[in-house]
Design a protein around this ligand. Structure first.
Ligand code: PHE
Length: 486
């Protein structure tokens, strides 16, 4: 049996692991997606459900996923195959990793398109085009950008190329330094913007919108979106955190890292939300404006601030960096799987997968112009469909299975050795993963499926595709635990 290459620990400190994981978690999900889906789903009640999902499902699943990566010591499909062999469970568990590989590529294909918008805004802002701009002018600018598929394609290409350049070099090279600087800076700008927001008359409206729950506005679909976003924003359910965990030395505490990741991620999202809705209500804009919300609001705030040119330019630059540090974690599960199990060099694997992602991204580019009225899932553009299938179905499903595996398949002894939690916390962790997380996901799934025939079709379709993937790739799994010779 030829041995599969295993992942070797490579984070040089606990802090750098946390930085990389926060880099993965904090991204467009926090700054771009959270505000617009909160706006579309009525605010407060949605935010409350999202926070509950983050605390009750997100945090424990995040820990479980990092732990499985470290215990399985390989790329996500192989790590799951290793663990299934260790615990005499079905090799079908490798499917969880494989589904993650696929979900990561699908997400990345639209992620780079949106990050491209931020790139365009960075350039516009740097050239001074947003000076003193009002909300109508920003709206016009944004509409013009989206109407131009060539511009979107150009920036999408730039973002894919940047992502590939970093990933080809391996996880650590260069990234460490960038993250070190960028995370604190991003935070600083958000605080400056918060200071500006507090002084606006509409600040109160923003707080009320986001934090005073009105449950009459909450639908089951909104609960699904909130839950899906908890997975998306924490980068869980698709193997990104698993692969980062596989590079984590045994001596570091997973629990502590996970708490920091969740706190940082949630704080950035809430700050972005409060700031953006201050602009929305101060300028009579619509809270439910959709994916353009960030891009139609913040230039207005910068346009009115003193030093706004500088802060605005820096802000969009940091959004690009935050997106990049997430993008590399979206493709890392796939790259490490192709590299380790297909025995293709890292550079080639990156190139191959990058080409795939770039091609698929064209569908998202067209979703905002030429294909704006073409629906893939009912009522949803290509972009909306991809977003829905990944964030609202694949990630919660993957996260649920990760929880089930950690709490039902992994032995108590192994779990305790891996996490070293105090007895009370360990029990809470285990029972949360055993019951609360999986049942929570199932209830939300079931309530949506019950009311919606086409969601049933999508669910069955996703399951079939994944099973076919498993059958096709079965021979690539080394189903015996490879001795750790490293
Ligand atoms: N968490 C990232 C964000 O909020 C997106 C992401 C999802 C990254 C899944 C990796 C895995 O932008």
């Amino acid at each position: 049996m030829s041995a599969i290459k295993l992942s070797k620990p490579q984070w040089s400190s606990q802090r750098i692991f946390i930085l990389a994981a926060v880099g993965s978690a904090v991204g467009l999900g926090n700054i771009w997606k959270f505000p617009y889906i909160a706006g579309e789903n009525g605010g407060g009640a949605f935010v409350l459900v999202y926070l509950l999902c983050v605390a009750l499902i997100g945090l424990p699943v995040l820990m479980a996923e990092i732990g499985l990566g470290r215990m399985g010591k390989a790329n996500p499909p192989q790590a799951m195959a290793n663990l299934a062999a260790d615990f005499r469970a079905s090799p079908l568990w490798a499917l969880v990793g494989l589904a993650g590989v696929l979900a990561g590529l699908l997400i990345l294909s639209f992620y780079t398109v949106i990050a491209g918008w931020a790139m365009d805004y960075f350039v516009q802002s740097a050239m001074g085009h947003f000076r003193g701009i009002n909300s109508e002018q920003v709206g016009d600018y944004f509409d013009g950008l989206l109407a131009n598929p060539w511009a979107l394609l150009f920036w999408h290409t730039v973002m894919v190329a940047l992502t590939l350049a970093i990933v080809a070099k391996g996880v650590k090279g260069g990234l460490e330094k960038a993250l070190n600087l960028m995370m604190p800076l991003l935070f600083l700008i958000l605080l400056i913007l918060l200071g500006w927001s507090v002084a606006q008359a509409s600040f109160q409206d923003s707080l009320r919108f986001l934090f005073a729950p009105d449950f009459s506005k909450l639908t089951w679909e909104a609960v699904l979106v909130a839950m899906g976003h908890a997975f998306f924003t924490l980068s869980i359910g698709m193997g990104a955190m698993m692969v980062y965990g596989s590079y984590l030395p045994k001596r570091y505490s997973i629990g502590k890292a996970a708490v920091w990741i969740v706190l940082a991620d949630t704080l950035v999202a809430l700050l972005a939300g409060v700031i953006i809705f201050t602009v929305v209500f101060g300028n009579g804009l619509a809270a439910g404006a959709g994916p353009g919300l960030l891009f139609q609001t913040l230039p207005v705030a910068f346009g009115q601030m003193s030093g706004g040119w500088f802060w605005g330019t820096l802000f969009f630059f940091l959004v690009v960096l935050a997106a990049l540090s997430s993008a590399i974690s979206l493709i890392e599960p796939a790259v490490s799987w192709v590299e380790q199990n297909w025995r293709i060099s890292r550079v080639k694997a990156t190139g191959l997968l990058g080409a795939l992602v770039w091609l698929l991204g064209i569908g998202t580019v067209l979703s905002f112009n030429v294909w704006a009225n073409v629906h893939f899932l009912p009522g949803k553009t290509f972009f909306d469909s991809l977003d829905f299938i990944t964030a609202n179905i694949m990630l919660p499903l993957g996260g649920m299975l990760i929880a089930v595996f950690m709490a039902w398949v992994v032995s108590d002894r192994q779990r305790q050795a891996e996490f070293r939690l105090m007895p009370g916390l360990d029990a809470a962790f285990k029972w949360d993963l055993r019951l609360i997380a999986p049942v929570g996901v199932l209830i939300v799934f079931a309530s949506n499926l019950a009311s919606d025939v086409w969601q049933q079709v999508v669910a069955v379709g996703v399951a079939l595709v994944l099973y076919a993937l498993y059958v096709y790739n079965r021979s690539r799994f080394n189903l015996y635990r490879v001795a750790d010779k490293s």
